[in-house]
Ligand binder design. Structure first.
Ligand code: HMG
Ligand code: MG
Length: 310
């Protein structure tokens, strides 16, 4: 009997899942959550972000979380978001072995999320990618709003391909395509993936779906049909971006695992242990609603500081 083909699931709950929660989860609970996820067998877990704590106070404890996670789970790859050279320095000082830069296919979201135009963000990433790679640390490049933008509306596949090409030109190792606000239909995902596959082969692309309209699994199914073999998910479907109004959580990792297995793929993820992680983090977060998507954008929202950019 031949071995089943493999689909790689990256768990982003500790980063994307927790960055949008009103309550700030303690370091101890984050590490317990990460331990349960590591026990479920993920090769890669996105652990936290080294972004400005004024912009995302929920992850201001990255210096405590990442080194402890690496020490406790040496067999797991912990990736982290870095928006600039300062973030990279902080991540490397904590022993990061993989980092992710992040921009968008739409100018409106780039401005609100990282206070830069797409072109400025790419130039900001150039030294980040060079320094990371010189340190032997691979770099993921996220492209948000790969189908639609909460500020600019629908996003053309050509715009997504263009941002992918710019990221590839600065040397990122992988491209991760985000339906940040979870509005995609499978046909739109297909057109977007076809455009991006002109930059990197389909099996190397990563798909990062949010599930605002309940179509994320249908989109993942279409992507599997097209040859995509790498997906991000967040336990229990928690999360969202605080700078994407109206967006809800990521597609639930357990549902992705179920879909892949039903299609005959192996994922290496123990769904029983994953369910335990989902129960744990749901208990920690409680019934409280995530940040109000209609709340004002920018660091002013969580901290009451300067008005948001743009
Ligand atoms: P800015 O305000 O333009 O930058 O923010 P700045 O250079 O003026 O810095 C502002 C303050 O932050 C300064 O401190 C800096 O020192 C500090 P102050 O002088 O006011 O005391 N600072 C930092 N501190 C720690 N670490 C750093 C850092 N950088 C600056 N790395 C910036 C620009 C990019 C920093 C800001 O916009 C930012 O941090 N944005 C991150 C927003 C974010 O994390 N969004 C969510 C993640 S993306 C996402 O969720 C989408 C994704 O899931 C895919 C998808 O779904 O599509 C990935
Ligand atoms: Mg996301």
């Amino acid at each position: 009997m031949s071995a089943r083909a493999f689909v790689e699931l990256c768990e982003v709950g500790p980063r994307d899942g927790l960055q949008n929660e009103r309550r700030i989860v303690s370091v101890a609970d984050k590490l317990r959550y990460i331990a349960l996820l590591a026990g479920a067998g993920f090769r890669e877990i996105e652990a936290t972000s080294f972004v400005s704590p004024k912009w995302v106070p929920q992850l201001a404890d990255a210096e405590e979380v990442l080194p402890a996670a690496i020490a406790a789970h040496p067999g797991t790859l912990f990736s982290v978001l870095v928006p600039n050279e300062r973030g990279l320095e902080r991540a490397l000082a904590c022993g990061a072995r993989k980092v992710s830069v992040f921009t968008a296919a739409s100018e409106g979201f780039a401005r609100r999320n990282i206070n830069a135009t797409i072109a400025e963000s790419i130039e900001r990433f150039r030294p980040v990618v060079a320094r990371a790679r010189a340190a032997g640390v691979p770099v993921r490049g996220y492209v948000s709003c790969a189908v639609a933008c909460p500020f600019d509306g629908p996003v053309a596949p050509e715009a997504v391909r263009e941002t992918c090409a710019r990221l590839a030109e600065v040397g990122v190792d992988e491209l991760d395509l985000g339906d940040t606000i979870g509005v995609a239909h499978p046909d739109e995902i297909e057109r977007m993936l076809a455009a991006c596959a002109e930059v990197r082969p389909m099996e190397q692309l990563v798909l990062h779906l949010h599930d605002t309209h309940g179509r994320a699994l249908a989109c993942a199914g279409r992507a599997l049909d097209l040859g995509v073999r790498r997906f991000d998910g967040s336990t229990g479907g928690i999360g969202g971006c605080p700078y994407a109004p109206g967006a809800t959580g990521n597609v639930a990792t357990e549902r992705l695992a179920e879909l892949c297995e039903a299609r005959g793929f192996a994922t290496g993820v123990d769904r029983g242990q994953l369910a335990e992680a989902a129960r744990f983090i749901a208990g920690v977060l409680g019934p409280a609603a995530p940040l109000d998507p209609a709340a004002p954008l920018g660091p002013a929202a969580p901290l009451g500081s300067a008005p948001p950019p743009g």
